[in-house]
Design a protein around this ligand. Structure first.
Ligand SMILES: [Ca+2]
Length: 377
């Protein structure tokens, strides 16, 4: 079963609590993680001889940045992300899947300065007639038992409750909405008017891949995204440093107030913001923390970081060969990075560069988008 199928069954038939699964990756509360599953992952890693103890060599050293500039001018809307070496991952207690911090070396590459916008995605759709997954009617053969008339295209929309709710019931704030897709982010009654420059959302992995193929770029690897997001800083908590609000200034679009019911939007945005609304990081990238989650090309495995050798620096890692999420066995997921406008230290802190997200490849939501990279030099 894929996540999308589960969500559809939940939404249409109302028999399974599926939104729970959907948000686990985004809002994983340490108190609610499944220790048995995590232990199993560790045991498997040990069995496979992948454990190495205290992190790889040089994991405690500052990043190395290759100052060599690329030849030729920058592709439109992209910045050069230098080749280099850094310490990837996080020691934050809640990020159980982001340890140990390990050393990674990467080639340089070009990266979109911003998330792909609605206007940019519209050009692609105009040119190709592409129809996103959320706009397609689910196939009856994929949803046995669901009456055909109830197979309705749609997507997952953040739908906050009026009052405070316990934070262990995700279904209180996520809902499958018929008719929600990139053109209508909150459902049939919404549109993109005035949001041309916002990140496109409700994009499934294959939708992002189709856009990338058309424009001649690719999704970043998880390591490329984290290296780029950190902007050359050394193991800082946020992509701009260790202080959440330096000089009282918001540096990213996140969630303020009481999650999920009361969004005070002190940073100026209750939902997505136009790309580039906040200052760029030191590599010139906007919104690599907050605003919307972004797809990476790697498969997600909760135990992947445990596989790095203590004897070597990982060079241009592209992720594991398959996917495994103990919180949702059997559902293949890709990594997402960067967090979203729904991230808050009260509950989800994965807008920190070391945090990892995950999503089933066929699932889009209204806080998940993407940006692309291109090999350089
Ligand atoms: Ca906000």
């Amino acid at each position: 079963m894929s996540l999308r199928k589960l969500i559809l069954i939940f939404a249409i038939v109302g028999v399974v609590s599926l939104a729970t699964w959907m948000v686990r990756g985004y809002f994983l509360n340490p108190a609610e993680s499944d220790p048995a599953s995590c232990d199993l992952g560790m045991a498997n890693a040990k069995k496979a001889g992948m454990m190495h103890g205290n992190g790889s060599p040089r994991a405690g050293e500052p990043p190395v940045i290759d100052k060599t500039q690329p030849t030729g001018s920058a592709p439109d809307g992209m910045v050069w992300i230098p080749a280099g070496e850094f310490s990837m991952g996080s020691d934050e207690e809640m990020f159980t899947d982001a340890r140990p911090i390990h050393r990674v070396a990467l080639n340089g590459f070009w990266m979109d300065k911003t998330e792909v916008t609605n206007a940019q995605f519209a050009k692609f759709v105009d040119a190709t007639g592409y129809v996103t997954l959320a706009e397609r009617k689910p196939r009856a053969e994929d949803f046995p038992g669901v009456p055909p008339e109830k197979l309705v295209a749609g997507s997952i929309v953040f739908t906050p409750p009026k009052d405070a709710v316990p934070l262990n019931d995700y279904m209180q704030w996520w809902a499958y909405k018929a008719g929600a897709n990139w053109r209508r982010p909150e459902g049939p009654e919404s549109d993109l008017k005035g949001r041309e420059n916002h990140p496109v959302v409700h994009i499934a992995y294959d939708d992002a891949m189709a856009y990338a193929k058309w424009i001649g770029k690719r999704l970043p690897t998880e390591a490329e995204f984290e290296w780029a997001a950190r902007g050359g800083l050394d193991r800082k908590k946020y992509v701009w440093g260790d202080d959440f609000k330096p000089e009282g200034k918001f540096k990213a679009n996140s969630f303020q107030g009481n999650f999920p019911n009361k969004n005070t939007a002190e940073d100026g945005f209750a939902a997505s913001a136009p790309v580039g609304s906040f200052e760029p990081n030191d590599f010139g990238l906007f919104d690599v923390a907050g605003n919307v989650w972004e797809w990476c090309s790697d498969w997600y495995r909760a135990d992947y970081y445990q596989t790095f050798s203590s004897q070597a620096i990982a060079k241009n890692p592209t992720g594991p060969a398959d996917s495994s999420d103990p919180n949702e066995p059997g559902v293949a997921k890709r990594v997402t990075k960067g967090g979203s406008f729904l991230c808050t230290d009260q509950y989800c802190s994965r807008y920190m560069p070391g945090g990892r997200g995950k999503e089933a490849a066929d699932t889009g939501t209204n806080h998940l988008g993407f940006r692309l990279v291109r090999d350089g030099r």
